[in-house]
Design a binder for this molecule. Sequence first.
Ligand SMILES: [Fe+2]
Length: 471
Amino acid sequence: MKKVLSVLLALIFTMQLGISAFAGFNAPRLSREEWDELYASLCDGNELPMLCVGSDETEVSLVWHCDKETATPEVRLAKNMAMVNAKTFKGVTTEAENDYQLVCRVTITGLEENTTYYYQWNTGNGWSAPYKYETKSFTSHKALVIGDIQIGGQSEDSQIQSDVGFNWNNTLAEALEKNPDVSYLVSPGDNTSTGKTADEWQTLLMPEAVRGLPMALAIGNHDKKGMTYNYYTNMPNEYYGKYFEGLDRDFWFRHGDVLYLFFDATSADAADHMAMAKEAVELNKDAKWRIGVMHQALFGPGYSGLDPETQILLNAVFSPIYDTFDLDLVLTGHSHLQGRSHFITESMVVGRAESGKTYTDPKGIIYLNTNAVCDHGSFSGSFPYIAYEFSKNDVTTYTTLEFEGNTMKIETRRGDNSELLDSLTIEKTKEQKDDMLLKRFQRFLYKVVEFLGLVYMRVDAIIVKIRGGHF
Ligand SMILES: [Fe+2]
């Protein structure tokens, strides 16, 4: 008996060694047949979990749907696949979008850096299989940025959902194979097509890769058409403000030296956007980098530069916030065109940002627009503030942000073969000194924008009511 036991233990130990020696993601590239098989096996459910970024690098959270009768918001975490010495984290249930399920939300805390974990969630019918989640270095780290996942594209067609899911799976596979050191994914919104059906989220959560990749997803105009974002995500530090309505909310999180501010740019609620930014920045004064994330392509490439809603209305609401809090980078999407701006302050180019170069202590903000997973727009015309645009735009691209010491390296690559398209490095050697008098004056002027934003919101709410929904 003892011999059998020791052979078994040795076998388990060897298996675990083998698994932990394989650093990186389980993110298989699938053939169309393999994807179709996976899709067919999962498309009837809505119970796949989403791994979400936590408030900081020591936390992640899990959110999933479960039958009302058996829902138990629990996650087990261990440093081995056999789940020996597992710690159980308990969370809460909240209402679902239907009357037969509940949403389970559990936050895992106390994560250590450079550690391989395995987790299981309570499916309501016992524990799930164990899934690997690796933390990386908390100081130097890399983020992955992919935009407009938009499962379903412009439709509710399940075939198109599956097509987009296939591209989503294989773009992730390519990005994570070449960048096994990524810590989390950031997306500037439009995660779904209609924002109304569970299938869109189920398809988004089908790739094996997302089981080990915490995600931070902004709200886009397509998500805003419905309310499902509310039930399928669990973003940290959600900020509901005084005037946000329905789906609207901002949120923020911190990872190492980086503070991310996620704005719901489908809302012109300037007062609450400013208040969220102020609160997050004050709580994270020591963050070296500040990155904004919003959906619409402010200072984006191609035709998006001519979109008056973005370049006039959203510019008036968001640019002053970004300038006030000296953001380094703003990530956007929406136009399905990939491109990047020069350094911009107060809507003007204040410095060139040529591809491939390093800039030390630059003034101004870089606006980087992601293209899309669902389809690819075509370019027509350009604007002087654009430093780089992927004019071919024939494939989904991905961007990595690598933070090391005093530098942030931004690289954008093709999603099919990782060919480098655009890169830029920013180095910070000194603390930025604020002109407090100017800042106070800017904040005073911004009160006018806050007031007009509220008027716009009220008028927009009436228009949406008459129209019967958001575009
Ligand atoms: Fe959009």
